[in-house]
Design a binder for this molecule. Structure first.
Ligand SMILES: [Zn+2]
Length: 440
């Protein structure tokens, strides 16, 4: 791996990104920008432009020929748990049991700095090897877990948003903090990492049941006083959880309202799931400019419910797509998009490849206020770029060969692809993943 980006790099392939948000169901959307067989020009870690492959490049450009391959902006995973690689694909529970049985024991190990460091490296390398170059991440309650995650992301040049998990009740020994120490730890991490290179801090509330009202109030104070920090949490994932929150916070109108009352609903809030919301909640999200990280693979695996994407979009609330590993069963964004299609199919809707791909590239970037930096192949953006095989294996190859219109090809890709399709991943112009073996 190079230590610094080559000064001028040109990647040849089929470039796909978005100029605007595609309308729901529009498979011929003009928002799609497809530039087959072009050079993508990268200079000093940023995208410098593109030109047709027939136009000659002068000798100052280092050409890398990926003709016949798909080049996309690196994916953005807006909700994923770094310690949960250890419990991905665990059998037999719904959300609240799953936390007690699998997640909490795994997270306890991250109190150990060596474990936190090794886990952070393992997690980020896995993300990149799945074509995800930016993420909004939950580590654990331990300060060191966030610290090592920030350091590991910085070493890889990644755009990463994370923060120490806040959790001061309804969690086992070794996984609870307290309000005073947690506030100190957050401020220390913010001073050290927030705005440091490509890193941002997120005030990270696990979910309303594992924080006391006093801790939620402290989190709200941090959001109000620490400029530019994000806020991430879970909301309305599972019906038992929603009932529990109603018992714990009887004064709140709804689950989302618990967060709103604590000052945690704002334009930099990322709410995972949002399955069991009503129209008033969606209106509140829209008014605040907050967004939903839809986690389809997790929702199916844990049996949490079928997210109402159309109602959310109709309310003017942005939707991104997230893996939510380890509730989700893959870090691969195409696999999560394929699950998103199935969730919508069960609701009687048809998710287009354009809406799906937009949600984990440009759409996620805009929802995070990072539209100039990530999520597109626009000149000036960071060169966070992934090169994909259009097909992996004979079945996908046959389907690709038989597909006609662009949407048909891309939808088949989205439905059949996974990390085996990934050829190379660049972050700020530096190759951070190169496939070593070529699948047959
Ligand atoms: Zn989650």
């Amino acid at each position: 791996m190079a230590a610094a980006p080559p000064p001028r790099l040109a990647l040849r392939g089929d470039l796909l990104d978005f100029r605007a948000a595609p309308a729901w169901g529009d498979t011929a959307s003009a928002a799609v920008r497809f530039r087959p067989d072009h050079w993508l020009l990268i200079e000093d870690g940023c995208i410098a432009g593109a030109r047709p492959s027939g136009e000659p490049l002068d000798a100052s450009w280092q050409p890398i020929d990926h003709r016949g391959r798909l080049i996309l902006p690196g994916f953005i995973d807006t909700h994923v748990h770094s310690p949960q690689l250890d419990v991905i694909a665990s059998h037999g529970t719904a959300l609240l049991d799953w936390l007690d049985t699998y997640t909490f024991p795994a997270e306890r190990r991250y109190a150990d700095p060596a474990e936190a460091e090794a886990g952070a490296a393992r997690f980020l390398d896995a993300l990149i090897a799945h074509g995800t170059t930016s993420a909004v991440v939950f580590p654990t309650v331990h300060k060191v877990s966030a610290d090592r995650l920030f350091a590991s992301a910085q070493a890889r040049g990644m755009r990463l948003i994370t923060g120490k998990v806040l959790m001061d009740r309804h969690a086992p020994d070794g996984l609870r903090d307290d309000v005073v120490q947690a506030e100190r730890d957050c401020i220390d991490l913010i001073e050290r990492w927030h705005g440091n290179g490509r890193l941002s801090y997120a005030v990270t509330v696990r979910f309303a049941p594992t924080s006391t009202p006093e801790q939620l109030a402290m989190a709200g104070r941090l959001c109000a006083t620490q400029e530019g920090v994000y806020m991430q949490t879970h909301v309305a994932e599972n019906q038992d959880e929603v009932r529990w929150v109603a018992e714990l916070y009887p004064e709140a109108r709804s689950y989302l309202d618990v967060y709103a009352r604590a000052g945690l609903l704002n334009g930099r809030s990322v709410f995972a799931h949002g399955i069991w919301l009503d129209d008033n909640d969606r209106a509140a999200l829209q008014a605040a400019g907050a967004h939903i990280a839809h986690s389809p693979s997790s929702n199916l695996f844990l049996g949490s419910g079928l997210f109402d994407w159309r109602a959310t979009e109709a309310a003017g609330v942005a939707v991104s797509v997230a893996s939510d590993v380890g509730g989700g069963t893959s870090l691969s964004m195409p696999r999560n998009l394929a699950d998103a299609y199935k969730v919508q199919a069960l609701r009687g809707e048809r998710l287009s490849a354009w809406t799906a791909l937009h949600a984990c590239t440009r759409g996620a970037a805009l929802a995070l206020g990072l539209g100039r930096e990530i999520g597109s192949l626009e000149a000036g953006a960071a060169a966070d770029v992934c090169v994909w095989d259009w097909a992996s294996g004979p079945v996908a190859q046959r389907r690709h060969d038989m597909a006609g219109a662009l949407h048909e090809k891309v939808f088949a890709w989205m439905t059949l692809a996974d990390e085996r399709n990934l050829v190379a991943a660049y972050i700020a112009g530096i190759p951070r993943f190169q496939r070593r073996t070529v699948p047959c």
